[in-house]
Structures are given as C-alpha cells and as structure tokens.
Design a protein around this ligand. Structure first.
Ligand code: C5P
Length: 376
C-alpha cells in the first residue's frame, strides 16, 4: 500500500470476508486514507450499488493476493461478493497476483482457472518461489513489489517501443591491477537501469549489458553481467547486429593497466608505477559498423565545456543522439536519484528539467521514438 502511495496512486481497498480474518479494515483505511469496502449491499455515497461505483471510478483493479478461491470465482464469472461483482462490472485492466500453497497453485483446477482468466485478458503475474505462509517451500509467494509496479506502470505506458530490440550498457567497468585491486569509477548504473526499465515498460525487447553495480535486475529485461571494458565490448558486439537501438549509458573505463599482476602488489620496495593502455571505445566501434536504420545513443558525462564535448562525441562516434550531463552538479552527477540532461542531435538541442532518472529515461525514449520515426 505504501509503495502504491509513493507512486501517487489513489487506492480504494475492497476486502473479501477471508481477507478480514487476517487484517482489519481500519489498517487499510489508515494506510490508504480512503474508506475500505467489503459489503455488497452497504450504503453507497453515490446512491448506486457499491460495485458499480467502484468499477467506474478506478483505472485498474489489482488483486493481491489472489487466492485460489477468488481466482475460481472470477474464472466462473461469479458475482456473489463485492470484489467479484466489482471485477465483473469493470471494463478496466485487471491484474492478479496469485498467492497460495504450491499444491493449490499446481492443481489442474487452479491452472485451468488462471488460463481462463488470461484468456479473458486479465494480467496474471507469476508467483515467486520461496518459503510460503504454510511453511512449505515452492512456488506460490506474492511476487515482489518491483514486478507488480512494472506491470501496473506498463498498463498505462504508451507501447511505442513495441517490437523494438534494444541494447543498453550500464554501470562502471573494473580494470584489474592485481588479484585484489582494480581501476574503476563512481558510476552507480542507475541511469542505464532506468533506461532499461522504462524501455521494457514501453514494450521494448531489452538486453542490458552491465558492469558491477548493486541494483536489482529490471523485471522482464535480459541482464548480461560483465566486469572489464573488453568483456563489455565483446558482449555488446555479439548482440549489436541483431538490435534496432543501442544506448551506451555505461561509464566505460578509458584506460586499463597494461598488465594484471598475478600476485598482489606489495607495499615494500620502490613506489609502484601503473602503466596504462587505452580500452576499446565501444560506441565509436558501433558507430563505424552500424547497419542502416540502427539508432545509436551515447552519453557525455562532462565536468566542463559540456555541449561542445557532447557535439564532438556525436560527430566523432557517429551517434544519433548524445545525452549530456554535468557530473559536478550535486543532483545530476554519479550515484544520485535525479538528473538534468541536454539532448543533442545533429539538428537541435533540448534541455530537460531536473527529473528523476526514470523520468529522464522516459524523455530520452520520447526523443528516440521521434528520431526512429524520422522526425528528428
Ligand atoms: O568519450 P567518452 O567516454 O566521454 O564517451 C562517452 C560515451 O561513449 C558513453 O556513451 C559511453 O558509454 C561510451 N564509451 C564507450 N567505450 C569507451 C568509452 C566510452 O562505449 N571506451
């Protein structure tokens, strides 16, 4: 409930009789800040039947957890309590999070019921596996909020990247010096992960090649983990031929130690000297070998001469779009939740306001969609 409130969703809770055995109406009333409903024939403020008002007011119905009993009732079009009647009357998206004992979930009756509900057009989120409320271990847990959130947001997002195959790089790379040390940078991977999430939400088929970060995998995205710039290059090049859009959001280390010592470098002796050599420039390589129609988007994380540097990268790397951001800004640099970027193409520049990284990612996709339509 709190997670939904964070998304600024206005939530009205409908409880079944079984739900009220576990939790009080008062709790949900306090959490949602709204009247909780449960009685089919209670007075409705609008003077209509409660199930009709509820089904008209909402933009979607989320049933979480969806028990075997509720699933069975919905699958058979029953309308003998407020929840089932509301769903039957609703002409809006319905999302179910089945959660129950593994055997109940595996039972052919439940499987058939879920199949039927999918056929009707309801979205059924796969239950997670783990220890269940009954103590057994298996499938049947409520899915994590992250997956539910993405499913809900996708319902309301334009599917303007549907059918588009998208490759995104994210995070830093690590260039080993010896078995315990490496050269790296402060990239958190947040911008690249936000791009992957939002692209998936908009219907894209997304692959994410990521350096080491501490972020959870975006739901529905194929994640390929790498460590060094060379590994990132190899992973990207292996996929590049089969995608329509490539976004280089990774902070690839420009240099690597010329050699990685087999043994740990000791403190004693002369001052150590690390010899560096350049890493391959992945985006530049893609810019040289791109197939026609493929869109390439790069980032320019700059501390000064931002736009000039962005333009230079646009040309030198043969990109369609460069996203310029100021790494010295306290709310636009590394490891923060927000970003403020300028979008540069050969034809124009668009400066975006300070936004969350997800909102920034959405604006970048808006521009990519425009470029893809040829309205650059
Ligand atoms: O030249 P610079 O590193 O500032 O360029 C940034 C852009 O180029 C980013 O899109 C980054 O992902 C990409 N890049 C790359 N390979 C490198 C260095 C940067 O793909 N070795």
């Amino acid at each position: 409930m709190r997670c939904l409130a964070r998304e600024e969703a206005r939530v009205t809770v409908v409880m079944t009789r079984a739900a009220e055995q576990f939790i009080s109406r008062l709790t949900f009333g306090a959490l949602s800040g709204n009247r909780v409903h449960g009685d089919m024939f209670a007075d409705d403020p609008a003077g209509i039947m409660a199930h009709i008002t509820l089904s008209r007011e909402a933009d979607c119905v989320l049933i979480a957890p969806a028990t075997a009993q509720t699933i069975a009732r919905l699958a058979h079009g029953m309308a003998d309590d407020l929840l089932s009647a509301t769903v039957l009357a609703a002409d809006i998206p319905v999302v179910l999070c089945p959660a129950m004992n593994t055997n109940m979930l595996r039972h052919p009756a439940t499987r058939d019921n879920l199949e039927r509900l999918r056929g009707i057009g309801y979205t059924v989120i796969e239950p997670a596996s783990g220890t269940l409320a009954c103590g057994e271990v298996g499938a049947g847990r409520m899915p994590g909020w992250d997956l539910v959130r993405e499913t809900l947001l996708a319902l309301f997002a334009d599917q303007d990247l549907e059918g588009r195959r998208i490759l995104i790089t994210a995070g830093p790379t690590r260039e080993p010096l010896d078995p315990v040390r490496y050269l790296s940078n402060r990239s958190s991977g947040r911008m690249g992960y936000a791009l992957a999430r939002t692209a998936r939400r908009r219907g894209g088929e997304v692959r994410l090649v990521t350096g080491p970060v501490s972020l959870s995998d975006p739901p529905g995205v194929e994640v390929i983990r790498v460590t060094t710039a060379q590994e990132m290059r190899d992973a990207v090049l292996a996929l590049a031929g089969s995608v329509d859009i490539i976004v280089g959001a990774a902070a690839v280390a420009d240099f690597r130690p010329r050699s990685c010592r087999e043994l740990k470098i000791k403190k004693s002796g002369a001052d150590p000297c690390i010899e560096l050599e350049p890493n391959p420039d992945i985006m530049a390589e893609l810019g040289r070998s791109r197939r026609s129609g493929q869109l390439l988007v790069g980032f320019a994380a700059e501390s000064h001469d931002h736009e000039q540097e962005g333009r230079r990268k646009l040309e030198e790397k043969n990109l369609d779009l460069v996203v310029v951001n100021d790494i010295l800004g306290s709310r636009t640099g590394f490891d923060v939740e927000t970003n403020q970027v300028t979008l540069l193409t050969a034809r124009d520049r668009r400066q975006l306001p300070l936004l969350s990284k997800e909102a920034t990612a959405d604006r970048i996709w808006d521009r990519v969609v425009e470029l893809g339509r040829g309205s650059g």
